[in-house]
Design a protein around this ligand. Structure first.
Ligand SMILES: NC(=O)c1ccc[n+]([C@@H]2O[C@H](COP(=O)([O-])OP(=O)(O)OC[C@H]3O[C@@H](n4cnc5c(N)ncnc54)[C@H](O)[C@@H]3O)[C@@H](O)[C@H]2O)c1
Ligand SMILES: [Zn+2]
Length: 367
């Protein structure tokens, strides 16, 4: 069943998240936002554009004065300033003005790049997020964070840019390859672990339906994740406090992502980071042995890694220090009090991080 979640700030509605199973309602939604007669730039990547851009272009041509597609090569490696410059040039060539708008059609990379282009083009034009990967539907399309990587620094340059609408068609998940799908499950599990124990139990109880990508189950799961993210971003839109809880698993996760030169997917690294952070929580006496192993082992049915070979644990610890968040005045590490309750801890030491990383280092007895 299609559903809508409204994001409010200071008790005022800012934008809707529409969870649909086709693109049919998009033209009406676009017109409703006052974009009739405006130009639409569909920004997408080389995998998603061939699948969905034409359909959206045709649908919007009845509403907009011009609809054009700008596509860049898929993958995290494109998430940089060069791609941004190329896209902005296309905006100029198509004479985009301040009243025109961007449609970010794709996964988290497209959402971050296109959202950032919208944030800076002519000091900001509107953007509609149309996320197509599970990760983007449950996480990155909501909340208004946009940006690109700079050299080894992930998401180093960016802006907060609230979308005017997030429109997701859950049927697009059918074309997502299995590894990408399960990568998104890393973030889904994260919501359960940090803030919602009953949702965590629900995910586990729906394991088989999730594997089968049962449409109703996915819709319910995505809506629940968006509601979790809504609660957090409404409370803390600019990450001054609680929003950092969403970084559970990400300090070590990002470091692994970098160390492995982005060969592992974001959600896979998040899963590893969650295991390491759960281990640190366990060592601090917050979680029992059983709780820790249960958390660790629950990633396995969702085809996410819980150990990794060929890493230099010391190097991973160093990389956690070069994280953008670390530059911003020390690491705010996210630990668990129990399943469903995370907290921010600024006292986690280098040694503890090292121990956490060593715990997920592949060993014969660790599989
Ligand atoms: N802004 C935020 O708040 C936020 C939050 C979490 C993650 N992120 C960012 O999101 C990125 C990861 O997102 P991602 O996992 O979606 O990566 P991605 O955008 O690279 O998408 C993964 C792959 O799936 C393909 N794809 C996407 N949708 C598809 C579909 N429906 N059918 C077939 N193929 C499809 C893409 O072309 C790509 O090859 C990272 O850069 C991360 O930093 C941002
Ligand atoms: Zn993430």
């Amino acid at each position: 069943m299609p559903s809508t979640i409204t994001i409010n700030m200071n008790k005022k509605p800012i934008y809707d998240i529409r969870i649909e199973n086709d693109f049919k309602a998009l033209p009406e939604a676009v017109a409703g936002l006052g974009f009739e007669g405006k130009r639409a730039a569909i920004v997408s990547d080389s995998n998603v554009a061939p699948l969905y851009a034409d359909e959206i272009k045709t649908l919007l041509e009845g509403v907009c004065s011009e609809v054009f597609v700008v596509s860049f090569e898929a993958g995290e490696k494109s998430k940089n300033m060069d791609t941004v410059t190329t896209i902005l040039r296309q905006f100029v060539e198509h004479k985009m003005n301040r009243h025109d708008f961007v449609i970010a059609l794709g996964g988290g990379v497209v959402g971050d790049v296109a959202g950032f282009c919208a944030a800076i083009y002519m000091r900001g034009i509107d953007v509609i997020q149309v996320p197509t990967s599970l990760l983007a539907q449950v996480d990155s399309s909501v909340g208004g964070k946009t940006g690109v990587d700079l050299d080894a620094y992930k998401n180093m340059v960016g802006a907060f840019k609230m979308p005017r609408l997030v429109y997701m068609n859950t049927a697009t998940l059918k074309s997502l390859d299995a590894r990408q799908f399960y990568s998104g499950m890393g973030e889904v599990m994260k919501y359960g672990l940090i803030m919602d124990a009953s949702f965590y139990e629900w995910i586990i109880s729906k394991m088989y339906e999730i594997h089968d990508r049962d449409a109703d189950t996915l819709e319910e799961m995505i809506a629940h994740c968006c509601a979790c993210k809504q609660r957090i971003v409404e409370r803390d839109p600019h990450e001054e406090g609680d929003r950092a809880l969403l970084n559970f698993g990400h300090t070590i996760g990002h470091a692994i992502e970098k160390a492995k030169n982005f060969e592992l997917l974001h959600g896979e690294c998040v899963a590893l980071g969650c295991v390491a952070a759960a281990y640190i929580s366990f060592k601090r006496g917050k979680l029992s042995t059983e709780e820790y192993y249960e958390i660790r082992d629950m990633f396995v049915p969702f085809k996410l890694p819980i150990s990794i070979d060929d890493i230099d644990a010391q190097n991973i610890v160093e990389l956690t220090r070069s994280d953008k968040k670390a530059l911003d005045g020390g690491i705010k590490f996210i630990l668990l009090k129990r399943v469903g309750k995370a907290y921010i801890d600024t006292s986690v030491t280098r040694e503890e991080i090292l121990e956490g990383v060593k715990e997920i280092e592949y060993r014969e007895d660790n599989e």
